[in-house]
Design a protein around this ligand. Structure first.
Ligand SMILES: Cc1cc2nc3c(=O)[nH]c(=O)nc-3n(C[C@H](O)[C@H](O)[C@H](O)COP(=O)(O)OP(=O)(O)OC[C@H]3O[C@@H](n4cnc5c(N)ncnc54)[C@H](O)[C@@H]3O)c2cc1C
Ligand code: FES
Length: 249
């Protein structure tokens, strides 16, 4: 992990309330799919955790939804301004050699870490992506998602693509696709629905959690989650990716 003083290269709106921020710095360390950055926001002591969508050479892109004051202030940062970033953080998603068919299930801002999975594995694996959005206005990153072998866009209101959730879209296709592994990120109710939908199917399934964070590096314990064996784990350091049976959702 490094602490970088990065320069904003681009910070633009890409969908309703969604922004894409690209920053540059010298000596960006290698970033694995599913890892995240802690991005500094002027006026706040705590940085904000954001999944890395793309890391290419000396450029990194994160995407964020306007939520509270921190992300609103971030949206006001302009090209050429400096931001403080910790990178890379967390364990990330890992696909084993023997796992050829990879299903992705994303909802809301949970699609962003899955974009990095598509980028890392698209040449080596067959990727089947089921990506859920609130509606057409929230849809973004199509050009990245379209690189998957199969892509189903799902919207709650049916304003584009499949009408329903990303989990429902997966389950309509799962017997045909026969994924070797399922990787998911999204709101907790979506992860719970995924857990019960795939129960008993014996498909390794991993979820990335979006817990509230303080330090992002394992020191403050703000992000602790409960494991099914009764123990606890730090989402920032031991996760954010866990086996779906490992965590209490
Ligand atoms: C590993 C990880 C990856 C994430 N990736 C993305 C992403 O790619 N795109 C995106 O839009 N959002 C992502 N989030 C959620 C994002 O961090 C929060 O939406 C953001 O911190 C809200 O900050 P705020 O100041 O605008 O909101 P406020 O609600 O005002 O935040 C107040 C405090 O709570 C924390 N907080 C609030 N909501 C969350 C949350 N859901 N998760 C973690 N901390 C939170 C903030 O960091 C801040 O310290 C991710 C969260 C985690 C843990
Ligand atoms: S955010 Fe501080 S320990 Fe995880």
């Amino acid at each position: 992990m490094r602490e970088l003083t990065a320069t904003v290269l681009e910070n633009k709106k890409i969908a309703e309330e969604i922004f894409s921020l690209t920053f540059g710095a010298e000596e960006i360390p290698p970033v694995r799919a599913g890892q995240f950055a802690m991005v500094g926001v002027e006026g706040f002591p705590l940085r904000r955790p954001l999944a890395v969508c793309k890391a290419e050479g000396e450029r990194v892109t994160v995407c964020y939804r306007l939520k509270g004051e921190g992300t609103r202030r971030l949206a006001a940062r302009e090209r050429g301004e400096k931001i403080s970033v910790l990178l890379p953080l967390g364990n990330g998603f890992f696909v084993e050699e023997k796992e050829k068919r990879v299903a992705l299930v994303g909802g809301g801002v949970g699609i962003f870490p899955l974009i990095s999975v598509i980028r890392e594995y698209v040449e080596k694996k067959e990727i089947y992506a089921y990506m859920g959005f609130r509606n057409k206005a929230a849809l973004c990153m199509q050009y990245e998602m379209q690189r998957a072998k199969e892509l189903v866009i799902a919207t709650d209101d049916g304003s584009v693509g499949y009408r329903g959730t990303a989990v429902q879209a997966l389950m309509e296709n799962i017997d045909r696709v026969k994924p070797d592994v399922i990787l998911s990120c999204g709101p907790t109710p979506m992860l719970r629905a995924l857990k019960s939908a795939v129960a008993g199917r014996n498909i390794p399934t991993f979820v990335s959690l979006e817990e509230r964070m303080g330090c992002g590096v394992g020191a403050c314990l703000v992000c602790v989650c409960e494991l099914t064996n009764g123990e606890h784990a730090r989402v920032c350091k031991d996760g954010p990716v866990f086996g779906i049976g490992e965590v209490n959702l």
